[in-house]
Design a protein around this ligand. Structure first.
Ligand code: GLN
Length: 219
């Protein structure tokens, strides 16, 4: 089986970050990744994971993604890729896939992040809104966003809105309930995938509690 073609020039030594491209908002993530100096590859089959330096799970419809992950035999390869300690950014529907518990309604998830989420928890009536996080560092676009309803003790909260966790980190994995790819700054992409961050090596999946976030002061 052939892997999908990579963006960027042939023979380039840019790190290649995979973007799960079964459904949803993968194109804006590709743009953010190109902005910070990465090449990208659309991940649609197990072979597409080979040689990647990291992975993005985009927003979209998590129940549809789950079906497509099953149909494309991606469940175990994705699980192995993340548990191997590779850097991963999971946004919105991606966060729902990464969580250990999902409600409204309950559905299957990978359980990489020790958090619970309520699907569409930021409101159906006001399905989409934009706001700054409490620290005024991240512009956050919420689109039928999941609400983080529990944060495990080893999970670090890296951004809040109205006092509630909206972005979390556990070792190599950052999860956000909003869409960082729709803000120009690409701060969360940079925190995981900037070439100098990748060169420093991926942290372990389960860090010791209290480990400080690797988010630049100015995002
Ligand atoms: N509401 C969607 C879900 O439950 C997530 C929304 C999004 O990714 N923008 O999967």
């Amino acid at each position: 089986m052939h892997t999908a073609p990579d963006s960027g020039q042939v023979g380039s030594t840019l790190p290649i970050i995979g973007v799960l491209a079964l459904q949803g908002g993968f194109e804006a993530h590709e743009k953010s990744l190109h902005t910070i100096g990465c090449a990208t590859r659309r991940v649609r089959s197990p072979a597409d994971l080979q040689g990647l330096a990291g992975l993005v799970l985009p927003g979209g419809e998590s129940s549809t993604m789950l079906k497509l992950i099953g149909w494309n035999d991606l469940w175990e390869p994705l699980d192995a890729f993340v548990r191997a300690g590779n850097p991963v950014l999971a946004t919105c529907a991606g966060l729902i896939l990464a969580a250990s518990g999902v409600t409204h309604p309950a559905q299957k998830s990978f359980g990489w992040l020790d958090i619970d989420v309520a699907r569409n928890g930021w409101g159906r009536q006001n399905e989409s809104f934009e706001a700054m996080d409490d620290a005024q560092r991240l512009r956050c676009v919420f689109i039928r966003a999941p609400r983080i309803t529990r944060v495990g003790s080893a999970v670090e909260v890296i951004a809040t809105f109205g006092g509630e966790a909206i972005a979390v980190r556990s070792g190599n994995l950052i999860g956000a309930s909003f869409h960082p790819e729709l803000a120009e700054e690409a701060g969360l992409h940079r925190a995981l995938f900037a070439p100098e961050v990748l060169a420093a090596g991926a942290p372990l999946l389960h860090p010791t509690p209290g480990r400080s976030a690797n988010v630049p002061a100015k995002i």
